[in-house]
Design a protein around this ligand. Sequence first.
Ligand code: NAD
Length: 491
Amino acid sequence: MMTTNIASDERRVVDSVPHQLLIGGEWRDGEHGLLTVEDPATGEPLAEIADASPADAVAGLDAAVAAGPAWAATAPRERAEILRRAFDTVIERTDDLALLMTLEMGKPLAESRAEIVYAAEFLRWFSEEAVRIEGRYTVSPTGSGRLMTMRQPVGPSLLITPWNFPLAMATRKVGPALAAGCTVVVKPAQQTPLCTLAFAAILQECGLPDGVVNVITSSQAGPTTEPLLADQRLRKLSFTGSTGIGRLLMSQASETLLRLSMELGGNAPFLVFEDADLDAAVEGAVLAKMRNGGEACTAANRFHVHEAVAAEFSARLAGRLGGMKVGRGTEPGVELGPLVDAKQRDKVAELVGDALDRGAKPLTGGRRIDGPGYFFEPTVLGEVPEGTRLLTEEVFGPVAPVVSFSSEDEAIRAANATEYGLAAYLFTANLKRAIRVAEALETGMVGLNQGIVSNAAAPFGGVKQSGFGREGGREGIAEYLETKYLAINLD
Ligand code: NAD
């Protein structure tokens, strides 16, 4: 075990998690040795875990393929009960899992606790969905036959997750896959693999048969997963991450015609109309911007505010963000942790620099905070000019650029002027306008007078370059099911 200088409780939760690959029910070393997971608040190493080779990944797929038929034939109620036990166990261990999450990802403990609950909800939701997989029985139009449809598991699935929601992104994929009867290979992000390893151990404890969930951690995501994408035995890829990598994976998956779910980047507009309740809009803005430190694909990326209220909204938002306590997520009262790594912090600094060079007005923040750790000040920029990169690129950090508009049409045009289409937020007290604008927004999700859209019971997903497929809701399990039609001759 490593002996870096972290508090004993922190050491205990890190050491309690398996540090190896999970393949066919066995924890084993990776052929590529070890990779280091670091604490983004200090830059110090946190753990050394197994680094998988491409052959290890193929062994994971072998195990998933071998376990497939028995798992698909396991009674839905039994699959549901395992997921339900996993829900209970995750909730019971909220404190430890939240600490683990804060250590590897950086978000404040209160936010980690909220993510644990959100993540667990996918297990509960899909435990309930497992027993509601339905088909149809119809009389053929000629009356001479019957048409029966059934829904069967797609088969072995590769699940690739990002670092920003280390547990929820895993449960949101593993939950529906298991409920549907699919076996899986999970590849968590290199920065935050510990929560997925802890979750896999919980599934084992809850009675999941060997080989149903396999976990591959790797410092070389591309080469490690490539042989799986080329393997005809893999039937499905569910990916959450950046649009660029999503495109690359989609082109690789074209060879084997994999079923795909793609949850990609976002650039959410946050619209505030002149008739909005400004208190609610500011509160919603703080949530939509600062949840997860802005490192959320649903994070409000830009604020379009009616010119009559833009100055007041900007000043109030700056007051709220400027007063936030920044620090290591384990410290009491901290509201904003570090960015996940130096690369992410430098990207935020670059985009803010571009906005300031073009004449945006800094209302609060605007600078990186010197290390250790990868911190950036909560930032509000007013009067951001057109053409600024912050308006078209995903910032993934605690930065709120504000732009004003003068008409509803202009607001809708500006909101849709992006290649992305994941989430949008809309604040207005006018019901007709709310419906009109919500229908005109080119996104998969709209928050109406609220700054959060995520909910295990709702279909999460995007349009345009934000991808396709839905996670959660009634739709979530469908991503892991195939429809088979049986033609019945009654002549
Ligand atoms: P990323 O695309 O760099 O990485 C995501 C995952 O893909 C990681 O596990 C990574 O190791 C893996 N990966 C990277 N290159 C790969 C390759 N060549 N082959 C196979 N796997 C590869 O993204 P990130 O920086 O970890 O995450 C941030 C991005 O994720 C943001 O763009 C964000 O918007 C997006 N995101 C989207 C959603 C959503 O549901 N739409 C949710 C969370 C995050």
